[in-house]
Design a binder for this molecule. Sequence first.
Ligand code: ASP
Length: 319
Amino acid sequence: MSKFTLAIHGGAGTILKSMLTPELEIRYKQGLQEALDAGYQLLQKGGNALDAVEAAVCALEDNPLFNAGKGAVYTHQGDHEMDACIMDGRTLDAGAVCGVKSIKNPIRLCKSVMLHSGHVMLSGEGALDFAIQRGIETAPDEYFHTPFRYEQWIEIRDSDAYQLDHRKSAEDSPIPEGKKFGTVGAVALDSFGNLAAATSTGGMTNKKYGRIGDSPVVGAGNYANNQTCAVSCTGHGEFFLRAVVAYDVSCLMEYRGYTLAQACEEVVKNKLVKMGRENGLIAVDTQKNYQLCFNSEGMYRGIQSSSGINHVAIYGDHD
Ligand code: ASP
């Protein structure tokens, strides 16, 4: 019987049941389930892992609740600069974009970069030129305007502070009080035994100077290799860059012979805890093992697999 599986995340952090209204919890879970279904349907039809992670991440990018695509946070200049990466575990091909504006689905652009640019990573205006040439959908500034993200930015725009996707919640804000990372990602194993990973983010509110995080960097926030695993991360990018987190998980499997679970445990629950960081990652291997691993209170996450699992969750337990 063919085996396939898809895992997704929509960010990790201080996410407690007491912070979300029942209505908001439903909206998050619906958003996660829709993204899971979008990718899983492709896998069920015999589609490949790369297309499945792209479809799942596109659905999350289209949902304003998550900090990617439509829901991307505001930069210091008051616009949106997005980072994303996709990687094919079969070939180790990768495509990434950083600091891109006006792209409706940055993950689609990443796939096009991988397949058609002859490069791995494109940035800023050059990436936009390439997108236009390839017919990738763009969107006007208004598309990326979400009132609660705007308020997040207004609170700190006159300071030097930058922050992850967290804030004290306003009355009308769907973002709960506390600290959370809203980056989105997906990892998949397809029925041909191939792995893929995709990650997309708006980065940090009020970020300056063209700041780029870990999400578009191969091996830091995103990685896939059929020899080991596919990984997508969420957390404070500066630390993930320094700890080369996604590749570290893969290396522990490749060079130390760790299982997927051991490798994720070591990196998330040991190394990153020692760095004092709240964060999480999702990972799958070619044996259909999966990990939705985090050291924070919660992580927006979901898993669906050919063994019949279909589950979305938010908090530290099974919920
Ligand atoms: N890793 C992302 C960044 O630092 C943030 C996140 O995970 O939400 O840009």
